[in-house]
Design a protein around this ligand. Sequence first.
Ligand SMILES: [Zn+2]
Length: 282
Amino acid sequence: MKNKALKRFIYCLSLLLFLLVQSSFKIDEHPKKDTTVNNGFKLRTIIVDAGHGGHTGAFGSYSTEESVTLALALKLQKAIEKNVPSVKVVMTRTSTANVPLKTRSEIANNNKGDLFISIHCNSLSDRTSRVHGRTIRVPDRSGKGVLILVYGFHRDKEETAALRENLFEEKDGKGISEGFDPNDPTAMILLNAFKAKYRKNSIRFANIVNNEFTETDGRRSDGVKEQGVLVLCHSAMPAVLIETGFINNPAEEDYLNSEDGQNEIVASIVRAIVEYKKEIEQ
Ligand SMILES: [Zn+2]
């Protein structure tokens, strides 16, 4: 961009855009129209990510997190395709193999996902106590309920890199070096605007799905929290990680493995998707 006047014009436009996004933060209860994405925005592609695989993750007394998350993810895929047929579902894994986190976000970004849903099970670590001078470990099976995570700001750099690659490479098709100059304030302002937007929509979806779990299914919830989750920060799209229950709590393990429990969890996520889609496409 050599034309100075044009550059200044874009700079001012971006600043205006950025301020608009900032101000729209304050009216969270009744979110107004998008300011960074076209008004014609459609939720077209959802990435469903079954956590773990390859013998990683938490385990209960008879089941593993990797098998429960895969069962839930496959059911979720079918349910979305049935109930929201306009949305394409892309899976990050459909087998028991482990897929590296980097590959998961690459799958998400390459398929131009509009929403990333990562499915996990929670587990409490053992408690330790001293008995007769020896340290013993006691399993803690008291964990209960769901928890929804969105990315936290301490992972900011990674998310910015993922965003930069997606936004700028995609837009001019000439690669990052030509499309993005980190010293250009215009580019940084645009990036920040997108980041704010994705964070806002991640929290929006997380709250809807959390409400479904607590109000429709009567599940206990630790709420919506921000945390630096690697797989989420590499995704240049709104992203949530759903802890569907505590696999090392026997009652929750039964629920997570039961047909009824899995169907209930999946139905809640699908209702949340329908609601979220309606809200953001308005
Ligand atoms: Zn996990």
